[in-house]
Design a protein around this ligand. Structure first.
Ligand SMILES: [Zn+2]
Ligand SMILES: [Zn+2]
Length: 156
């Protein structure tokens, strides 16, 4: 069998490494209401705070990479910008300066721009996001904030 997460050899649905990572990912932990980040208790982790808690995103990403993040040079970035979504597919390691620059240059659409492209022209979120180098879910979050409803069917 192959592991459903990493594609490597496995006796069950997931290999041992990914099984441990999935247990960590599914552990509820504590969600910081200010940042939306999830913290789990793992006192043996080198990045654990004095209270024994470490950001779940870091642990999940490290399990995916098979190594520790190179702190403070690397950060765990949430691809869809949802900091509570610690799915391994949603996490990537980014060098800190590039990460900061990418977040600073993120394009914020006006409500009118979004209505024009999405509702009037019928563009998909992917089509709206691509010219700005954004992920479609970034556009989805901006639409949600501006109160523009998503289409129920057809292309997103
Ligand atoms: Zn695996
Ligand atoms: Zn980020």
């Amino acid at each position: 069998m192959t592991c459903i997460d990493c594609g490597g050899p496995s006796l069950g649905k997931r290999c041992l490494k990914c099984y441990k990572a999935s247990r960590i990912r599914e552990s509820k932990g504590w969600t910081d209401p200010k940042t939306g980040r999830v913290w789990i208790r793992l006192p043996e982790h080198p990045r654990a705070k004095k209270n024994g808690y470490v950001q779940r995103a870091i642990v999940v990403l490290e399990a995916k990479l098979g190594r520790y993040l190179d702190w403070p040079r690397e950060v765990a970035h949430h691809i869809n910008e949802d900091k509570g979504d610690d799915d391994p597919k949603n996490l990537e390691a980014k060098p800190r300066p590039i990460h900061t620059r990418d977040h600073e240059t993120k394009h914020e659409f006006t409500r009118e721009e979004l209505v024009q492209m999405y509702e009037v022209q019928g563009m998909s979120l992917k089509e709206i996001a691509a010219p700005y180098g954004l992920h479609w879910s970034t556009v989805a979050i901006q639409m949600q904030k501006k109160g523009i409803p998503r289409r129920r069917s057809g292309k997103r």
